[in-house]
Design a protein around this ligand. Structure first.
Ligand code: MRU
Length: 349
């Protein structure tokens, strides 16, 4: 796949190390870390230096290669469990682990395949998602007269940084932008770790896509006031019934979209669909350190009173009925109308 000057590769393998963009340093500095032990990789995953479901899948697969290279297979289960919600991490580890018997080169080749497949999937699901959105919005058939540019809203970061490259939700935005069909993107800042204002805004700025960062609490009002044509988000795990886990705050966006009859599109590769998880009730939502929510990014110490305790779920689960559609590289399923993700494989999930 041809690279261009906007291509971002958050996780690669280089000279016996997992090389990642340090996402904790963005948007201030674009710096890379070379992780040479599984312990270093686990630390980077847990402090979100590398993050986003598909990127975690690639990191997990390369982590198995690292485990073989450093003779540290005992760390593989801890790597697999480093973050529990995104199914891609465990899936990437399992995929690479299945090749251990064939040796290091086979494991590394499998990890490269996880990366390459995600890049291809992102491009395809972006095209399909853009086509679906334009059909849904205009009620016209594809190829008919000029639609007007869209006002979009996204939550968290589901861009190139969160994947092998290109992006899922931001991939759809990029595809629409390439067709001249983006007026503006409302970017939820995404408390507490600010993946929206730090990372999504950084990506959109690099791409020259007009955007407005807003507080998470502004999203419902922006949607209900009629300022948004569609919300597009990524996913960390999609259950067999279509319930979808994504960054905390996504459910509020979905509820506002349902109230205002605004399409709520989930963009994810099929590697994020987990047919072995029956419903959202079975998804393990990561609970993170209370310090993240009691304080404020960039301000030392705690903002809340010392007596206060924090509640910091990193994700929430949007019920299937609120998901207008899921776009994947295999096609689009209209989950809100009762279509199940399993149909993407030609079977009922
Ligand atoms: O905690 P994070 O930053 O890893 O959460 C990421 C998200 O919730 C993304 O929306 C999701 O992983 C999809 S990334 C294409």
């Amino acid at each position: 796949m041809a690279a261009d000057d906007t291509d971002i590769r958050p996780v690669t393998w280089q000279d016996g190390a997992v090389r990642i963009i340090d996402q904790t340093a963005l948007p201030g500095r674009l710096t890379y870390l070379e992780l040479r032990t599984v312990a270093e990789l686990i630390g980077a995953i847990q402090r979100l230096a590398v993050r986003g479901a598909p990127a975690l899948g690639v990191a997990g697969a390369y982590g198995v290669a690292l485990a073989l290279l450093t003779d540290d297979r005992a760390s593989i289960p801890a790597l697999r469990a480093a973050r529990p919600t995104a199914v891609n991490l465990a899936a990437g580890v399992d995929r690479a682990s299945a090749r251990i018997a064939d040796g290091f080169e086979a494991v590394l080749a499998e990890a490269h395949a996880v990366l390459d497949e995600d890049l291809r999937a992102n491009r395809r699901l972006s095209e399909l998602g853009a086509d679906w959105l334009l059909r849904r919005r205009s009620g016209r058939a594809e190829g008919d007269a000029e639609p007007r540019p869209l006002r979009l809203l996204t939550h968290c970061n589901a861009g190139a940084l969160a994947t092998a490259g290109w992006g899922t939700a931001l991939g759809v935005v990029r595809e629409l932008h390439a067709r001249g069909l983006v007026e503006v993107v409302y970017v939820d800042e995404t408390r507490p770790l600010l993946q929206g204002s730090r990372l999504t805004a950084w990506e959109l700025a690099r791409l020259g896509i007009p955007h407005l960062v807003q507080a998470d609490g502004a999203a419902a009002g922006t949607i209900v006031s009629g300022s948004v044509d569609a919300a597009i988000v990524g996913a960390d795990r999609i259950a067999a019934n279509g319930d979808t886990a994504n960054k905390v705050g996504t459910l509020g966006v979905a509820l506002a979209c349902a109230h205002a009859d605004v399409p709520f599109l989930v963009a994810a590769p099929t590697s994020t669909v987990d047919l072995s998880t029956a419903s959202g009730a079975d998804i393990h939502v990561e609970l993170r350190d209370e310090a993240e929510v009691l304080g404020w990014s960039g301000m030392a110490g705690q903002v809340a009173p010392p007596e206060s305790r924090g509640h910091n779920p990193a994700f929430d689960v949007t019920p299937a009925g609120l998901v207008s559609a899921l776009t994947t590289e295999r096609g689009v399923v209209e989950i809100g109308r009762g279509e199940l993700p399993g149909t993407l494989w030609g079977t009922r999930g």
